[in-house]
Design a protein around this ligand. Structure first.
Ligand SMILES: Nc1nc2c(ncn2[C@@H]2O[C@H](COP(=O)(O)OP(=O)(O)OP(=O)(O)O)[C@@H](O)[C@H]2O)c(=O)[nH]1
Ligand SMILES: [K+]
Ligand SMILES: [Mg+2]
Length: 399
């Protein structure tokens, strides 16, 4: 029996089993069995590297965004509109057969947008190009789930389920469960929260299913069995997702209004070029990119060429900023001067652990730079409006 058949069989058994206190442990065990099989399903076939099939696209720019959706929802039309790169669009399904990259220029940053083939129910089990599409989505920073506003609202749930089946968690944070495997000592089970979904026995059974006999586990919230399995599997990817309802030109105003009010959602029309600017702004906000402008001593910063940090990848500390500029810079640094919203006063003298914010300006002072930095430096600075864009771009910085 293949892995997919095994999963189907267990799913059928779960559907047959009544949910009550007595079957709770058995159901938990079945969930763990499915999770293990799905992980097996994700392992690339022996002798291959993974995604394959012309789907590997080199990362480019300051972040990567994947377009995921059923066929013919308008993914390619959207890529062409936002990036200027042509991706074939047509009224028949599966027009796009590979991964097509384009570049969005926004806020002086470059975002790589990936058009992908449509995916369908069963994608997680390898239907269509599901596996390759999912592998590419996992490599991106956020997902735009493109939906047809005129079609069934169930599509969003189906796609979410497909992505969950392969370990993607959309708009969720990791469960607050501490878990550490040990060599000896048995299982130590603790919780700092009242648990209503999981008890010690169920936890032991799940761990037993994974052949884990020595571990430390601490629940910091009222987590579920699924949360526990996610933590044990350890391979889940937590991603932001924006639900993009396209084709609002063909639905009534009441539907548009309802869809627009759902969390993490935006309504657009590629045909009428409606709301695309709002989509870009939302996408950029969700990516959590932080632009930092470097200011050479005695000069104005170059506002066209930011150093772009990410709160998700690598962090936004002064240390991350320095590493971004040069790998040896951290060793040479004495302190930095920071202007902008992260600074208590302008400029603030900061160390490596200071966390920078979008549009901050940083001047690096190296150890050998001591000479030029007299005490008068601090007298000459004025505090301006809170936004660096107002303050710095109009009023030259005192240097
Ligand atoms: N009415 C309407 N039609 C649209 C809109 N956007 C795209 N379409 C049409 O929808 C059809 C499918 O568009 P595509 O861009 O090929 O869709 P896709 O999601 O890339 O499709 P696949 O590559 O096959 O998965 C085309 O006929 C488009 O012209 C829109 O905003 N409104
Ligand atoms: K199409
Ligand atoms: Mg397409």
């Amino acid at each position: 029996m293949g892995i997919v058949e095994k999963i189907k069989e267990i799913e059928a058994e779960m559907a047959r089993t009544q949910k009550n206190k007595a079957t709770e442990y058995h159901l938990g065990q079945l969930k763990a069995k499915i999770a293990k099989l799905r992980t097996q399903l994700l392992e690339p076939p022996k002798g291959t590297s993974g995604a394959g099939d012309g789907f590997e696209v080199t990362k480019y720019g300051h972040g990567r965004v994947a377009l995921i959706g059923f066929p013919s929802v308008g993914k390619s039309t959207l890529l062409t509109l936002l990036t200027g790169t042509h991706s074939e669009a047509a009224s028949y399904e599966f027009t796009t057969l590979t991964c097509i990259p384009g570049i969005i220029h926004y806020n002086d940053t470059k975002i790589q947008l990936l058009d992908l083939p449509g995916i369908i129910e069963g994608a997680s089990e390898g239907k269509g190009r599901g596996r390759q599409v999912i592998a590419v989505s996992k490599s991106s920073d956020i997902v735009l789930m493109v939906l047809d506003a005129s079609k069934s609202e169930g599509h969003r749930q189906i796609l979410t389920r497909e992505l969950e089946a392969v370990g993607l968690r959309l708009n969720k944070r990791p469960p607050q469960i501490y878990f550490k495997k040990k060599k000896t000592g048995g299982i130590s089970f603790n919780s700092t929260a009242q648990l209503t979904h999981v008890d010690e026995k169920l936890c032991y059974q799940i761990l037993h299913e994974y052949k884990i006999h020595n571990a430390e586990i601490l629940f910091r919230e009222d987590a579920t069995v699924d949360d526990l399995i996610d933590v044990i599997e350890g391979n889940r990817k937590y991603m932001k997702c924006i639900y993009v309802y396209n084709k609002i030109d063909v639905v009534g105003i009441d539907d548009v209004d309802r869809l627009a009010r759902q969390p993490n959602s935006i309504v657009i029309s590629c045909n009428l070029k409606l709301n695309l600017d709002r989509l870009l702004a939302k996408m950029w906000d969700e990516m959590g990119l932080v632009r930092v402008y470097t200011k050479p001593q005695g000069q104005q910063p170059d506002y066209t060429d930011p150093c772009v940090l990410s709160s998700d990848r690598g962090g936004c500390t002064v240390e991350a900023f320095c590493n971004h500029i040069h790998r040896n810079l951290v060793k040479q640094i004495k302190y930095v001067l920071v202007w902008g919203t992260s600074a208590k006063h302008n400029p603030q003298t900061c160390g490596l652990s200071h966390i920078l914010e979008d549009e901050d300006v940083v001047q690096v002072v190296k150890n050998k730079d001591k000479q030029g930095e007299g005490r008068g430096r601090f007298k000459s600075h004025t505090t301006g409006p809170a936004r660096i864009s107002d303050r710095v771009k109009k009023v030259p910085l005192k240097t």
